[in-house]
Design a protein around this ligand. Structure first.
Ligand SMILES: Cc1cc2nc3c(=O)[nH]c(=O)nc-3n(C[C@H](O)[C@H](O)[C@H](O)COP(=O)(O)OP(=O)(O)OC[C@H]3O[C@@H](n4cnc5c(N)ncnc54)[C@H](O)[C@@H]3O)c2cc1C
Length: 358
């Protein structure tokens, strides 16, 4: 059954797998495409009238949806468009705008600040939620503000950068209490004519022989090439990229713990890569811990396996179920705990599972 409205359409029992990059997930009981704020209001009224839960879907690139699907209303965020602010440096983008399109838009206008974040799938609205980051840049560094609907307060609210409280893969919006906000627009204050950020070792290597800094466009192209080699550009035809991106966060460990692990490895062993972070902790690449726990592309559960191109990605090699993904996740966590005493925290959002997974 389809219920037609002027601004939006409610569909029923819509399979969610095609709306996720990992290609897994059962149906949404109700499904609405939201193309403007009026459509958002109508959709929320629809859910309220049926007392059904709401899930906001962007590009589905950070999700594991249960095979049972979602017993509520999925709001597919499609409020799109980009405006340049009066200062010529701030870009305001609708939450449903494709993220990589915004990166291209900025690079073409020589606005620096997000050039290293090219090629990340998904929408603008999801970017502040986990403070998307890659290759030495984090979106939270340039987010000037966010406009969101407060499901509890029943009104629109604006958050400046401080109020967003960004951290590593975290913000107000993915901490307890922050799930009540539906982001409709995010603003990015960029640097007109600014130089590209070349901090990340792979990028430094790439531009080693160059006199002077590379342009923003060259930097974005280099990032795309590096990502492609790691299967981190989503391409539906390539099973090694059919993933939810990095499946685990890089753990931040106390320096003493990292020292103890290094000592246990003994002299002559390959050193543990370590990156000090503000606050005194040491970030250790989860991919390194996984590989050095003896896991790799041979590690699989049903149709789910560790990517052959990036140890941090779980890929759907074909016909994977959400159960396969959970089983493989548990296998990886338990092996890494056994080998390193480190608890890996999953990065994707789990939808439609009972009990709640985190
Ligand atoms: C190949 C690949 C590479 C990736 N590389 C990176 C990377 O380098 N760095 C990185 O940080 N991430 C990476 N990711 C993860 C993912 O792309 C990002 O987290 C992205 O921001 C998710 O956007 P989305 O629109 O697909 O969100 P979805 O997956 O649809 O949703 C993710 C979460 O955000 C919520 N959400 C989405 N839109 C809104 C909104 N408007 N308001 C409120 N809540 C909302 C959803 O409810 C859900 O909880 C990668 C993923 C893939 C598949």
């Amino acid at each position: 059954m389809q219920e037609e409205r002027t601004r939006w359409t409610i569909e029923e029992n819509v399979p969610l797998a095609p709306y996720t990059t990992i290609g897994v997930g059962g149906p949404a009981r109700f499904f609405a495409r939201v193309a403007d704020e009026a459509g958002l209001m109508d959709s929320l009224a629809f859910a309220r009238a049926r007392a059904c839960p709401i899930f906001v879907l962007g590009g589905g690139s950070n999700l594991v949806v249960s095979d049972r699907g979602f017993e509520g209303l999925v709001l597919k965020m499609e409020i799109a468009g980009v405006r340049t602010g009066a200062d010529g440096a701030t870009l305001h983008a609708g939450a449903g705008t494709e993220w990589d399109l915004l990166v291209r838009h900025a690079v073409e206008r020589r606005l620096a600040g997000i050039e290293c974040l090219g090629g990340i799938p998904g929408t603008v609205g999801a970017v502040p939620i986990q403070n998307v980051g890659a290759y030495g840049q984090e979106a939270g560094d340039v987010i000037a503000g966010v406009r969101a609907w407060d499901l509890e307060g029943g009104s629109f609210r604006r958050f400046d950068r401080d109020a967003c409280a960004f951290g590593y893969r975290s913000s107000l919006f993915n901490r307890p209490g922050g799930r009540r906000y539906i982001i409709v627009e995010a603003s990015f204050r960029l640097r007109p004519g600014g130089e590209a950020r070349i901090d990340y070792p792979d990028l430094r290597k790439r531009f080693a022989g160059l006199e002077g800094p590379p342009s923003l466009a060259e930097t974005r192209d280099a990032v795309l090439a590096i990502r492609r080699a790691k299967g981190m550009i989503w391409s539906p035809g390539d099973p090694e990229s059919r993933s939810a991106g990095s499946f685990f966060k890089n753990p931040i460990l106390p320096p003493a713990t990292v020292e103890a692990l290094a000592d246990a490895l003994g002299p002559g062993a390959e050193p543990i890569p370590r990156f000090p972070v503000p606050g005194g902790g040491i970030k250790v690449p989860a991919a390194w811990l996984i590989t050095h726990a003896g896991l790799g592309p041979h590690t699989s559960s049903g149709g789910a396996a560790i990517s052959a191109r990036h140890a941090l990605a779980i890929v759907n090699r074909g016909g994977a179920t959400s159960g396969d993904i959970l089983e493989l996740m548990a296998k990886i966590r338990s092996r890494v705990r056994e080998a390193w005493g480190v608890d890996l925290e999953p990065e994707p959002i789990f939808v439609g599972f009972e009990p709640f997974i985190s």
